[in-house]
Design a protein around this ligand. Structure first.
Ligand code: HEC
Length: 140
């Protein structure tokens, strides 16, 4: 378990570094209050670029450190048959939609205590863009 956890944290750091390069802050550091940024509808093309950070652990069509994502929007959480989810996510009773995915990406452990995904996206627009991309990969 430890090894898997360490590997997970290592890829999480790599993914965080990617997002930092993309100008997205995921660190929960105190920052001077930014002017209230309005979140607009998700941009799937930008979401696809941001998905490279998720790709440290996920892909659309293959299970990896995390489960594959094709069809995730509208799917019950923890329902890919050949992926070894945490019991917490498998039993969460969540169905993934825009609202639940947004809460998940804000902080997976807050939505599902005991989950084994440790990766957050602080930027609301980046979350909207990622969700738009996942939605696009769910509708075809
Ligand atoms: C450090 C590795 C890691 C990174 C980076 C990561 N995830 Fe995950 N993700 C996981 C793991 C592990 C799980 C399974 C969690 C569980 O079983 O508790 C998971 C589960 C999920 C699920 C639930 C899927 C299902 O079938 O129920 C979604 C949605 C998800 N991740 C989205 C994302 C998105 C979007 C990103 C990029 C912003 C991302 N993840 C980045 C490791 C990661």
């Amino acid at each position: 378990m430890d090894t898997i956890d360490c590997a997970g944290r290592r890829v999480a750091r790599a993914a965080a570094a990617f997002l930092a390069l993309a100008g997205i802050s995921i660190a929960a550091v105190a920052q001077p209050a930014a002017p209230a940024a309005k979140t607009s509808a998700g941009d799937a093309a930008h979401g696809k670029a941001l998905y490279q950070a998720c790709a440290a652990c996920h892909s659309i069509d293959e299970n990896d450190v995390g489960p594959k994502h094709r069809g995730v929007v509208g799917r019950r959480a923890g329902s890919i048959a050949d992926y070894a989810y945490s019991p917490a996510l498998r039993r969460s009773g969540i169905t993934w939609d825009e609202a639940t995915l947004d809460r998940w990406l804000v902080n997976p452990s807050a939505l599902v205590p005991g989950t084994k995904m440790f990766f957050k996206i602080d930027d609301a627009q980046a979350r909207a863009d990622l969700i738009a991309y996942l939605k696009q990969q769910s509708s075809r």
